[in-house]
Ligand binder design. Sequence first.
Ligand SMILES: Nc1ncnc2c1ncn2[C@@H]1O[C@H](COP(=O)(O)OP(=O)(O)OP(=O)(O)O)[C@@H](O)[C@H]1O
Length: 826
Amino acid sequence: TDTLTTTQSLTTNQTLSSPQGIFELGFFSYTNSTWYLAIWYKNIDHKTVVWVANRDTPLENPTGFLKIGDKGNNIVLIDQSLHQIWSSSNQTTTTTTSTRNSILQLLDSGNLVLKESNENYPTKFLWQSFDYPTDTLLPGMKLGWNLDTGMERHITSWKIKDKDPSSGDLSFKLNYHGLPEIFLWNKDQIIYRSGPWNGERFSGVPEMQPTTNSIKFIFHVDEHEVYYSFSIENQILFSRLFVSPIGELQRLTWIKTTQVWNKFWYAPKDQCDDYRMCGPYGICDTNASPVCQCVKGFHPKNQQNWNLRYGSDGCVRNKELDCESDKFFKLHNVKLPETTLVLVNRSMNLVECEDLCHKNCSCTAYANIEITNGGSGCVIWIGELIDMRQYPAGGQDIYVRLAASDVGFGGGSNGTNSTAKVAGIIVGGAALILLALGFFLLWKKNKLQCILKGKTEHRGSLERSHEFLMPEVGFSSKREQSSESNIDDLELPLFDFNTITIATNNFSEHNKLGQGGFGVVYKGILIEGQEIAVKRLSKNSGQGIEEFKNEVKLLVKLQHRNLVRLLGCSIQMDEKMLVYEYMENRSLDGILFDKSKRSSLDWNRRFSIICGIARGLLYLHQDSRFRIIHRDLKASNILLDKEMNPRISDFGMARIFVADQTEANTMRVVGTYGYMSPEYAMDGIFSVKSDVFSFGVLVLEIISGKKNRGFYYANKEWNLLGHSWKQWIEGNALELIDSSIGDLYSQSEVLRCIQVGLLCVQEHAEDRPTMSSVVLMLSSETAVMAQPKNPGFCLGRNLAETDSSSSKQDESFTVNHVTVTMLEAR
Ligand SMILES: Nc1ncnc2c1ncn2[C@@H]1O[C@H](COP(=O)(O)OP(=O)(O)OP(=O)(O)O)[C@@H](O)[C@H]1O
């Protein structure tokens, strides 16, 4: 049978057999002292184990058994003393709910699956062994990442071949950063890499050639998943990828007539496959002597070691770059250098790619990503070029940046316009002959190869207008999604995590702009030179990725000259980042409340800042396609651009940063103390009028240059609001004005602003004007204005401040340091 039910168990002398008898599940032992639950090919005499459940926790005698766990959501191995020695739920977090009717089934693919017995959907499993490979990748298994759940699948060798299946030192793992590629690790050291996928094959496996039958190789990249896999059209043909304990990656294919596993392909093959063999800017060529050569324009860093055939020190430039006048030199037929830290744009062509690289002084090389149809896409390297090798044929072209004088005779390449140039390494006179020989050998080898087919479905619709706003992972190929979801996704400008890492100098302290309630903010410079501010949201921002994306999609549409533009977001596993345009003059509070800086804000400037904020807020309240209540309007959320125009920031954060649902419901989440309207602070009632209140506080702060919280008049009873109100009713309002403004101001304008400010901070929300009347009052000298009534919270000490944790500084007085905004659909 192929199935085990909840009432059955599988003892060590029993097996399950897949429906067509291709695979078998049972127990095996090499030593008779350790027993393992495993899957092997049923009809291959020499037992070829492809999966082991309890590789690191063997049964110590053959009296154990396998059964479905009591809750029906996992499988467990029980030993002689009825102890559970292994369970599938150690491996998974997804199957926490209990299920009554589950069954365990061995499929003909070799996949052992736990599923609901009435579940007919062929891929809906509670658990599957394919998610937990051991040392073997079977057709249909994925090697790589599910970026939504963080699940990673890789293969790890046995300790001793055919003897000890416990986890060995060798693993083959996909790295999804940059242009994804797969690395062979020995413990914590990389020993080989595949090179990135070029649409047809791995850049480091030029012998993989698309032919016409049997094995189809798959390299899938989208924002949810990045994986390598393969399928075989003919189920009776057996092929598996396997990592051996001695550090060899092997594709083995079963030859029925001779009953042997044939080594179809393997790696590493030669010394040039050894990772970093020739160091930075070194290029390894098995046909050269010594095998390590420097890229043209470079010389060995340590000539002595180099002479001793030690290449790992690599090479250094003959002449430093000068950026402007640099040229590019084309290397033919190479394995592309490591692509973990690169920038990727799939929509650019080679000419645009060159242009981009040229403009960025830290770009060291560029190349096409895909080789199909004459080449497409752009990858640019920012740092050293590592682990290149030269192939006689079948490699890729890369354009390396050199100082103009190092390009030498024949000149630099102008990207696609250039004619084929001499290979960029100094290989000596025999190269051509060897090249021809190499071609011949390769051709012979290729005749033996089976199919290699990259997935090349259309991707034109995926191109984005933002260059390098595109994550490699998110953009490259949403190939298996409906066009509808593609269109949907088009609206979300996703920045590649690498782009952000590079832009922010790997989130360096130096780039840190500050820390707010939502997380740390970094300054960044995109490769095209655009400055950005990246808000790295605290990990517990409480919102799922999909909801986050939806919010960002809405917020990027809000555009107004008095709002800080949200450019997009970046998502890395469970980490979320918001990308804003950078505001050169930072936040208003940094100038307004700084003794030495505030005099740079004369009255005209302050008045235009007040008017700008009013217009921005009006847009949020009324003119945008959604009504947005900011809920955290304050001087630190007013940023100033190059021309000192005010720009409101942090709008829409309530939706993005859901700290805790219960808090949101009980409305305990509040804005920043000092700017909060009474009804909001006390009862959690928020409306556009609570924003109007905060705006009023801001206006009075801008006029007086004093913080509402930090300012107490004489007997310390009054805060800025109380003090302003007092001056107003006593007819001394002009005394409020910041002395650093000097004498150059229009009295009527100042008075009008004070009146507007006081109208906005009135205690009762219904008395406060709307933002549209505020804008009107500010812009018209003849507008009729009401007399303000008393403000809310005009005493220095009030309800909120009795909290012992509040300080006199203008910090967020918030629950969990979260400040919020509200977004309502119209
Ligand atoms: N787009 C931007 N351009 C330049 N500087 C910015 C930008 N966004 C934020 N900053 C700076 O980063 C720092 C932190 O900003 P953030 O908005 O996270 O915190 P905050 O406004 O001080 O507090 P809160 O999170 O409570 O609103 C501030 O000093 C701000 O000036």
